[in-house]
Structure formats: C-alpha cells, structure tokens
Ligand binder design. Structure first.
Ligand SMILES: [Zn+2]
Length: 328
C-alpha cells in the first residue's frame, strides 16, 4: 500500500499525515480511531515506513530498502507492536519493552510503537508509554489504534493527535466482503446494518443474515398476500428467530430496508436495491402499494423500534406493527 492507495478510502487522514511528513513535523503520538476495516493498521505501517525510510520522497517511503521491507514483514527491530495480553494491555508489557531497549543500547534512536486496541490500556500502561515519547535522547513515534474511541483514557486523548478514520461506505464494504467470498445477497444486507467490516462478516457467518433475510421475505409476503396468515408467521417463524432485544431491532431494520426497496423500485432505482434478488416480488408490491402507504409503513416500523426501546413487550409491538402494515 502506498499513500495514494490509502487515500482512496481515507483522503483526510492521508493528507494530514503526508503534509506533516513533508514538513518534517510529525507528532509524537497519534491516536487512530475508527471502525474495524477502515485501514488504521495499514496506515500505521505505512507511517512507520515513512518514518524510517532514508530514501523516501515527498513523504512516500521507497518500499525497497531494508527498513521498508522489514517493517512490512513485521520484523523490524525498532518497530514494536503491542496488543492486549488477555483483557488489558498491562504496564508490564511496556516495561518489558523498555528493558529490552536498555540492553540493546542505542543502535538506533528511532523507535515506533504500534498499539492495537488501545482502549484496553491500563492507566499505568498508558502513562508508561506516553513517558517513553517524552524521553529527550530519542526520536519515538507511537500510533495508538482503537475502534472504541469513547473508552480511551482522557490522558491519552489529550496527549496525542487524534485522527478519525471515516466509516466504509456500504458499496465499498460490499465489494470488500464479496472479495472475501461472502455471498453478495448477504453482504448487501449486512452493509446496511453496520459499517464495521468485522461485525458485518460476523453477521454473515453461520448463516444468520441469510436466515434473517428469508424471515423478512416471508413475513412481508404474508402481509402483502395473506394478511391473516401473517400472525401465524409471526408466532412460528419470527419471534422464535429474532429473540434478543438487539435481534428484534435488527429484524425491524430489515423490514425497513425491505419497504425502502419497494420505494426504490417505484422510483426506478433498481441498481440500489438491497434485496436485489427479489426484484420480481418488489415490483409486484411496488405496483400495488401507494407511496403514501409505504411512507406509513416506514413510520410504523420506526414507532415499533421506539416502543421496543422503551421496553414494551416484543410480542405486543410486533402484533401492533403487523396491524399497521396491513391497513389499506
Ligand atoms: Zn525505504
């Protein structure tokens, strides 16, 4: 990866970093925050290469020298990756690093620390690493990474430059997942529910999304064609599948996506469909349902989501939602 490739997904972050590199004004500590799959790790490795490479031009590392190659393969002696040991990053892990350096002497003054899941740093570990950065006789750079910015200690935030990685667009997320062999019918749905690629892949694993999709297709079909059976489907198929509160909410999100797809079909925006393999059914429903009615359906689903959030019983919420969806 070079800066240009990284800039395709994270233009703002790349611009800030390359500007600082060109002016030779890197911060001592960066905090990269953003969802999983947004390129934090790749950007950190690229930054480490730019920091060490002696043949870089305009902030772009050469990619061929010993430093560049060893960093990419993960065995550069002065680039250290720190990951949680169990649930936390402990101060001992940092102390261990310090000791290692004092044994090796000062063969190089430059050091880089890449800290994954930085929200798991204990306060003492955080202090220890930040102190590292303030040592006068070295040049050190720390890149802390997190997908849970709200859990990062304030002392860390105040002493580092925070760079926010933009969430992946649904399109990009789908492309990435399809590349990793997730079926596109599932990827498109998952990409509507999260912008975090790991979470999206988890949703698609063990067929959960595939089954959830089928439930939505069945329920909307019953509502549309055989309203009286919809309640049976609710009892037998729906409530037994979407059990936990967050699952029920997801079920409602999927229903909403379905009715948005019906609206997209009315507007001739077929290339944006999420349930793109259901085009025929969507067209049928689009022809026989007014736009006003579809708008009411979306409102009814939003209300159901709100009531669920306020702890109304899921059964009651869903039954009343079905009645609303069936109203002419
Ligand atoms: Zn190089």
């Amino acid at each position: 990866m070079n800066w240009e490739q990284l800039a395709a997904t994270q233009p703002t972050v790349v611009k800030m970093l390359t500007n600082s590199l060109k002016k030779n004004r890197l911060a001592h500590a960066y905090l990269f925050e953003g969802g999983r799959g947004t390129g934090k790790q790749q950007t950190a490795v690229q930054l480490a290469r730019a920091f060490f490479c002696r043949h870089s031009s305009e902030g772009e590392p050469c990619g061929e020298c010993g430093d560049c190659r060893r960093i990419l393969s993960g065995n550069h002696p002065d680039v250290h990756t720190i990951r949680p040991d169990g649930q936390t990053i402990k101060v001992d892990q940092i102390r261990h690093l310090k000791k290692e350096f004092s044994f090796r002497g000062m063969e190089s003054k430059k050091k880089v620390y890449l800290v994954s899941e930085a929200e798991k740093m204990s306060a003492s570990a955080a202090n220890s690493i930040l102190k590292f950065l303030e040592e006068p006789d070295g040049e050190a750079l720390a890149v802390l990474m997190t997908s849970q910015y709200h859990r990062i200690l304030k002392t860390i935030v105040s002493r580092s430059q925070v760079l926010s990685f933009a969430p992946l667009s649904p399109d990009r997320l789908v492309r990435q997942m399809v590349k990793e062999e997730v079926p596109e019918v599932q990827a498109r749905v998952a990409a509507q529910l999260t912008s975090d690629i790991e979470e999206a892949k988890t949703l698609c694993s063990d067929n959960w999304i595939a089954q959830a999709r089928t439930k939505v297709i069945q329920l909307t079909d019953e509502v549309f064609k055989r309203p009286r059976y919809a309640f049976l489907m609710l009892q037998d198929g729906w409530l037994g599948f979407f059990k936990e509160k967050n699952e029920i909410q997801t079920g409602l999100d999927l229903l909403m996506i379905w009715y948005r797809d019906v609206i997209r079909t009315q507007l001739d925006q077929q290339d944006e469909l999420v349930f793109f393999d259901q085009e025929e059914r969507l067209r049928d429903e689009a022809l026989k349902t007014s736009q006003t009615k579809l708008g009411h359906n979306l409102t009814a689903i939003l209300n159901a989501k709100r009531r669920l959030e306020a702890n109304t019983s899921p059964q009651l919420v869903m039954e009343q939602l079905l009645l609303r969806l069936q109203e002419g």
